[in-house]
Design a protein around this ligand. Structure first.
Ligand SMILES: Nc1ncnc2c1ncn2[C@@H]1O[C@H](COP(=O)(O)OP(=O)(O)OP(=O)(O)O)[C@@H](O)[C@H]1O
Length: 229
């Protein structure tokens, strides 16, 4: 389990996270939701140790983040981190050389799932295929937790569907996923838990299935209630 407890983050005098608290379980998809600038990406970066926090605590399976835990978590950013001249196959070889937890079998399964080709140059990929390649590079690593920042951002409906479909396959397995997205309707049916954020604070944390079953509401219905109240 990832436990985020009362984390606060300031940039200068600006407080961008304000005692944010939530948990994300293994085997579940937890979605961080909120309008632009509420602090979703900052939370993911804080979990990864890519940004410092002013106070609070983050535990991964009961432990504070330290180098030996890095293999447990993967951060999949919304931008390509590989050089544009590289081919997809070269990027896969690079990952294989540098990451002991690179899973070659899963990498090729993802390549075929996303209909990508090893000979394609990264700089020539469409936005949708670039997002898929980013996911391939992250999901092929054997890690217990996957943090995904806006995997659907700026891509067409068919690519969004294909990306959403990966969540229903064994390629995600029983790993814990924390995802940020503005395209909630694309994955609403797949999400286990929703964390609603506003100005760096957690307004509400709820089980998507429970509000569906008990209250007959969709995640978007709850968002409307909370944000338009
Ligand atoms: N390096 C930085 N220096 C100063 N302020 C920053 C920095 N990075 C982020 N911020 C501010 O922190 C706040 C939270 O940013 P963050 O990127 O976490 O929001 P977000 O919810 O992910 O937004 P979006 O939905 O637009 O991606 C914003 O007001 C942003 O301007």
């Amino acid at each position: 389990m990832i436990e985020v407890s009362q984390i606060t983050k300031k940039y200068g005098r600006k407080r961008v996270l304000d005692e944010a608290t939530f948990t994300a379980d293994k085997g579940q998809i937890t979605c961080l939701v909120g309008i632009n600038g509420v602090g979703k990406s900052t939370i993911l970066k804080a979990i990864m140790g890519l940004t410092t926090i002013s106070s609070g605590q983050i535990l991964i399976d009961g432990q504070r983040l330290e180098p030996k835990l890095y293999e447990k978590i993967v951060f999949i950013p919304d931008t390509i981190t590989m050089p544009p001249n590289m081919k997809i196959g070269d990027a896969m070889l690079f990952m294989n050389d540098f990451y002991p937890n690179w899973n070659v079998k899963r990498a090729f399964e993802l390549l075929s799932f996303f209909k990508l080709k090893v000979q394609d140059r990264i700089g020539d990929l469409s936005k949708g295929n670039a997002a898929k390649m980013n996911l391939l590079l992250g999901l092929a690593l054997d890690a217990d937790y996957l943090l995904m920042d806006e995997p659907f951002s700026g891509i067409d409906i068919f690519s969004r569907e294909q990306i959403a479909n990966v969540f229903t396959t064994h390629l995600i397995e029983d790993r814990g996923v924390i995802i940020t997205t503005h395209e909630i309707q694309d994955i609403e049916h797949l999400i286990d838990k929703v964390v609603l954020l506003d100005q760096g604070r957690v307004l509400k944390e709820f089980s998507a299935e429970e509000v569906r079953m008990k209250e007959g509401k969709s995640v978007v219905d709850v968002m409307r209630e909370v944000y338009q109240a």
